[in-house]
Design a protein. Structure first.
Length: 123
């Protein structure tokens, strides 16, 4: 197993269980999270707010069909984020993360997804 896959497992477990503190421990203080759909670079704090909202508003949040690939200084992960919104709509979001790791901390995430798949969150 690639050395950074343990960090990947810990990240996915923390998000799925709604443990923002565990996510925060994995993030470097100056981590940058970029999204393809808005081109904005989020700070650690801003991303933790979004993740907390997501875990409080989507039940049975889980990552399925995970495929990981080792790259120098990190990993790439493809997955489908699934869950059920408070209104009962099913969420199914295929996504790709390019994650940079330094030591035991995540320093950057580039997240690619189609926002049309997020419409269930507004229903």
């Amino acid at each position: 197993m690639h050395e950074n896959f343990d960090i990947a497992d810990r990240l996915i477990t923390a998000i799925s269980s709604g443990d923002a503190d565990a996510v925060a421990e994995l993030y470097a203080n100056d981590v940058v999270i970029w999204h393809n759909f808005d081109g904005i670079e989020q700070s650690r704090e801003a991303n933790l707010v979004v993740l907390t909202w997501l875990t409080q508003n989507v039940d049975k949040l889980r990552y399925d069909d995970i495929r990981r690939y080792a790259i120098d200084g990190g990993f790439v992960q493809q997955h489908v984020l699934r869950g059920t919104t408070r209104s009962g709509a099913e969420l199914e979001v295929p996504a790709c993360l390019v994650v940079r790791v330094d030591g035991e901390q995540i320093t950057r995430i580039d997240e690619y997804l189609d926002t049309a798949q997020l419409q269930a969150l507004t229903q």
